[in-house]
Design a protein around this ligand. Structure first.
Ligand SMILES: *Cc1c(COP(=O)(O)O)cnc(C)c1O
Length: 344
């Protein structure tokens, strides 16, 4: 598979912006190249454009190479990058499982790329033949999210295998909730699968949604293309510094994710016991998809009590479903006590 054959011709031909600091090799004594203010430490200087040291730490945690990592302003930038690098506006298309995370279709619309949703089975499993049947010669990418938002289930490698082996384009597996899943990450398959892109983020288990840092893991060819197209200094110095701090606390993050998984189990049991709850779906993420008698009514009731959940009733396969994030013990108690007071 030749990745370069998938790339938009204008991107393949692009000569990226190059700053003087990229061109200079060695140890500098005076930075007089970028028209910064020489005073006002420490934020007066432009940040590192590539953050290789951050990537090496991330690579160590995920068992890959730093050169296989792109850092974006949230996973959202990584998602947008797929369109900007690979999809010709008005010509190419992408295929995605449905329901799934909303940004894949929003970014498709922004980039004028046709988006083809393919329904999951009623039990939220994936029909690879149906997904493949939706592709054609202009399909550049297939979007999969695992564990999937909002359904909560993860797709094992065996379920994705047909897509990865038979589709001649990119398969993106968004593992935003991967830290809550006991299954293996697709990152270990990168060297065998040149069309695979895996997304991860600091926004969920890593507890740092505010710093806006997401990661794409892919072949060096894909990563080089992303780096060529991104804004030169997309990751700011405050984000970088907080990320470095968090990467030194990986054990703490893993322990907290395990605790959230445990609380998720308790919360599922408590929710399932309520009269208005018809079903709590199994989850490999830090949220629960809950089918209730009347999602709109329950959503309004909870809003009135100051409790914000996500109403997914208008989403395919999610009739009368609310998506509830696992909160602090206090927040979970507040939810359960409001639900106990709820009169149908
Ligand atoms: C929350 C979420 C993200 C995170 O996006 P960021 O831009 O990194 O905050 C990515 N993918 C999915 C499926 C999500 O639910």
């Amino acid at each position: 598979m030749d990745i370069n054959k998938l790339v938009r011709p204008n991107i393949l031909a692009l000569k990226p912006y190059s700053c003087a600091r990229d061109e200079f090799k060695g140890s500098a004594r005076a930075f007089l190249d970028a028209n910064e203010n020489a005073f006002m430490h420490p934020y007066n200087r432009y940040p590192d454009p590539l953050n290789m040291d951050v990537k090496e730490l991330i690579a160590g945690i995920n068992g890959c190479r730093g050169s296989q990592i792109f850092l974006g302003v949230g996973s959202d930038e990584c998602i947008d990058m797929v369109y900007r690098v690979f999809c010709r506006p008005g010509v190419d298309n992408v295929v995605a499982i449905d329901p799934t995370y909303g940004m894949y279709s929003v970014c498709a619309a922004i980039n004028d790329v046709e988006y083809r949703p393919v329904p999951l089975n009623a039990d939220f499993s994936l029909d690879a033949d149906r997904v493949l049947a939706a592709t054609d010669s202009n399909t550049k990418a297939i979007w999969v999210c695992s564990p999937n938002n909002p359904t909560g289930n993860a797709f094992a490698y065996e379920e994705l295998r047909a897509l990865l082996e038979r589709f001649d384009g990119l398969v993106i597996v968004d593992e935003a909730y991967g830290d809550f899943n006991d299954g293996e990450s697709m990152i270990s398959r990168l060297d065998a699968l040149p069309g695979l892109i895996v997304l991860r983020t600091f926004s969920k288990a890593w507890g740092n949604a505010a710093i806006r840092l997401g990661m794409a893991f892919a072949s060096e060819t894909v990563i080089d293309l992303f780096n060529k197209v991104k804004y030169p200094y997309n990751i700011n110095a405050l984000t970088r510094s907080q990320a470095m701090d968090m990467l030194g606390r990986a054990d703490e993050v893993a322990a907290l994710a395990a605790e959230i998984v445990k609380v998720r189990g308790d919360l599922a049991t408590r929710l399932a016991a309520l009269p208005t709850v018809r079903r709590v779906y199994p989850s490999q993420a830090n949220f629960l998809l809950v089918k209730v008698d009347d999602a709109d009514a329950l959503y309004s009731y909870l809003s009135g009590r100051g409790i914000v959940v996500r109403n997914r009733t208008n989403v395919n396969l999610c009739d009368d479903c609310l998506r509830v994030t696992v909160g602090t013990p206090e927040e979970n108690d507040l939810l359960i006590s409001a639900l106990n007071d709820y009169e149908r």
